[in-house]
Design a protein around this ligand. Sequence first.
Ligand code: BGC
Length: 837
Amino acid sequence: MKQAKTKKIVAGVVALLLLVCAIFLLINKNVFSKKSDAQGEVTQSEEVTEDETTEKVKNDDVAEVDKSVYMDSSKSVEERVESLLAQMTLREKAAQMVQPEQNGITLEQITKYGVGSILSGGGSAPTAGNKATHWEKHINEIKQAALDSRLGIPVLYGVDAVHGHNNVYGATVFPHNIGLGAANDEELMARIGEVVAEEVRATGIQWTFAPCLGNAQNELWGRTYECFGEDTDIVARLGAAFARGVQGEPESENYLTDTHVLATAKHYIGEGFTAGGTNQGDVKMDADSFEALLQDSLLEPYRAQLEDGVLTVMVSFSSVNGEKCHESTYLIKDVLKGQLGFNGLVVSDYNGIEQIAGATFKAQVGNAVNAGIDLFMEPYNWETTISAIEALVKDGTITEEQIDDSVRRILRVKFEAGLFEEQVGSDTELALMEEFGSEEHREVAREAVRKSMVLLKNDKVGQQTAMEILQNAQNISVLGTKANDLGTQCGGWTISWQGSTGKITEGTTIMQGITDALPGRTVLYSAKGELTGEEDAVIVVIGEKPYAETSGDRSSSNLTIDKADSTMVQNADEALKAAREKGVPVVAVLLTGRPVTIADYVDSFDAIVEAWLPGTEGAGVADVFFGDYDFTGTLSFTWPWYASDIEKKFEDESLVLFKKGTGLRKDGTGIQADGTVAIGAKPEKTEEELNAISEGSINLETVGYVLEAENFTEDSYLVNTGNANNISYVDSWSGEWANAKWDVWVPEAGDYRLHFFIAADKDSKTVDIYYNTPTIEDDGNANRTNVPMTKTASMTDYEDFTLDVTLEKGSYQFKFMNTKADGADFRLDRIEFEHIN
Ligand code: BGC
C-alpha cells in the first residue's frame, strides 16, 4: 500500500509537469507540429467522404509518425501516452474509443481506423472454428491488423472469461461465482485467476470481463450465479483475490506480465439491488438512502479492485432511480474517477449506449462521453460511434479535452498492460497453449468443485447420516438427466452465451466422476428416474436448465427446478418412498445457479447437496461423496422457503429455509458455529398461494395484478425479449410470428378489463389473446379474442389497449399470439388486470 501511494504521488508530479508543458504548447502555437495542422484540416472538411478523409490523414501524416517516445519502454507511461496522443487525429482518437465485436469488423477496417479494442461477446468464436488454436490464429491476425495502422497502436482484445475461458472448446471451466462464494477461499480464487489468465493468454487475449461484483439481494435475478454472495464483504474479498490471480500481485514483478490478463470490475454499480431482481432494472431508493448504501457498501468491492491494480471498470445496464448508470456523470465522473481516483478506463456494456437518454444515437453517445464513458462496447454500431464522436466534437457538444481524457485512459491501460512490448504469437503464448485445458488446470477446477458444494441437509438414517451411508454403499442408483449432462453442470456463459445442455465441451459429468471413483461397486444410471429395488443408496440430480442474463429472470412462482426434473421426482415418488422405508438413503444433488423454491422436496430427501453450476470437472462431486474429502462449503446467500418471500427473507427468519452460513459435514455437524441448521417449519401458505406455487403459475395477487411480458413460460416460442428504455418486453421482430404464454392463477372470479401495454408499428388485427382454463387443452376450444392494437408513436411508446373478459377463479394459461405474420412489429410490455365487476 505504502509503495502504491508513493507511486501515485510520483505519477501526480509527472502529470502536473506534463500539464504545465501542455499549457505552454497551447499558448505557443508555433511549436504545434504539422500533424496537428493536418488534424485541423481534416476535422474542418465536412464535405469529404470517409475514404477521402482517411486517405488524406495517411498522405499528410504517414511520414511524420514519431515513435521514438511511445515505443520506448524506458520512458514513463505518462510520457509515452502524451507523445502518442499529440500525434493522433481526432478520428484516430475516436477510433481508440470503440470496441467492435470480432465478427462485426474486418481486418481491413481494423487497419484503416485503428480501433482501440475488439471483443468476443458470449459465444462469439472465430468463423474457422472454436478450438483454442483457432482463437489464437484469429486474434493474432487482428493484432497484426491493428499494428499495421498508421500509428501502430496495439489493439486490446476482451472476452468474457467469467468462469474459465468459457467460450472456447476444451477450456477448463470452473464453478460459477455463486459456488466460489460458497467455497469462500481467497487463496483458491487467486489460483483460479492464474489459470484463467493463462488459458486466455494462450489464445492471445489480454483482457477478461471479470470479476462480477454484484451482490444479489433477490435471486429472481438471472445473474445471481455470477455473484459471489449477497454481502459486500465476500464480494470484495473474492473479487480482489481473483483480480490478483488474473493480473498478478500489484507492485510485484509479476503484475500484468505476459502470462496475465487485465481484469474488469463489473458492473458498476447497484447490481443485485434492482426492484424485483429485474435484470437491467432500476434500483428504486430515495437519493439519501442510495448514497448511504453506495458509500457504506457498494463501493467497497470497487475500492478493493482499484487497490489491487484493476485498470478497467464496466458500467452496469441498471438504473438508479430511473437514471441509467451509463449516463450518470455523478456515478462515473464524480464518484469513480473523482472520489475513488480511478485512472483506468471505463467501458460501456454491450449496446448499453442505446439504452440511455438522447433523441438520436449521436445524442446518446454525447451523453455517455460527457458522463465519463471512455470505451464504447458497440459491437456493430462502432463506425457510427466514431462518426458521432467526431461530429460531437466539431459541433461543440463534447470537448476535445474530454476525448483526450478518455484516450489517455485507454492508452495508459495499454501501456501498463505491456501491449506496446507484446510480440504477436509470442513464445510464451505458444508455451501456454500447451497447457490449455491441461490436467493441472483441471485439477484446480476440481478442487473448486469440492470446496464449493454445500451440504444443506444430512439426516440420520438409522445409526449413520445419509452421507456416511452413501460413502460406503455398494449398489448405487443415480437418477436424472442432469447427472450426466456436461452442459447443464456448466450453466450459462459456456461455449454459447446462454449455455446449453449436452456434451458441449471437454469435461467429466457427475455420473462419469462417480463411475470412475467406484470401480468395484455397482453404479446404475437412470435418466428417467427408475430404481432397481436392489440399491443401498440413491442419488437424484435435479436443477435448472442453463440460462444467462435476462432470460434467467424468473417470477417468484417459477423459481423452481426444471419441470422435467419435478416430473421425474414425482414419477419416482413411490419407489423412493419404498427405498427410504427400507433404510436406503436418498441424496439430492442440486444443480442450480441460486436458491430456488424446493419447499415440496425438502422432506423427500435424506440429504440435500447444493452443487451449484460446477463446470467441467464433475469428478469433484465424487471426490467428496466417496473420497477422503469432507464438505467445507457454506451458503453465501439466505435461502427462503418460498421465492414469493424473497423480499422479506432478511427480516423474517421464519421464512428462511437455509440461513446464510449453512453448511454441514458428512457426520452431520455444522461447519460454522451456527451452521448446524435444524430445518424449521414450513411457513403457512394459503391454499391459493400453494396452488399457484405448486402449479408453477403466476398468482395475480402476488404480482399486483400485473403480468410482466418477460415472465412468459419456457415453452413460449418465437418470441424475443428485450429491453428498451428500461422496459422489458416480448416482441415479434420484422413481422414474424410470436407466441408468448403465461401460466396464471386467478384468485377471484369476475369481469376483468385487460390493459395491454403495446408498441406497434402498424395497425394490426392479427394478434389474439387465448385464455385456456385447465379443462380446455387445445387452442381450438380456447377462449380467444382479438387484441385491438393500432400504430403507436414509436416502438418505445407503449399505449394502453383494453379488452374486457370474464374469468373464473383458478388456473389459466394466457397466450399472446399473432395468428398471421402480417408484417407488423409489435412489443408487449405487460398486461394489467383491472377487476371491474
Ligand atoms: C454483459 C456483460 C458482458 C458483455 C460482453 C453483456 O451483455 O452484461 O457482462 O461482459 O455482454 O459480452
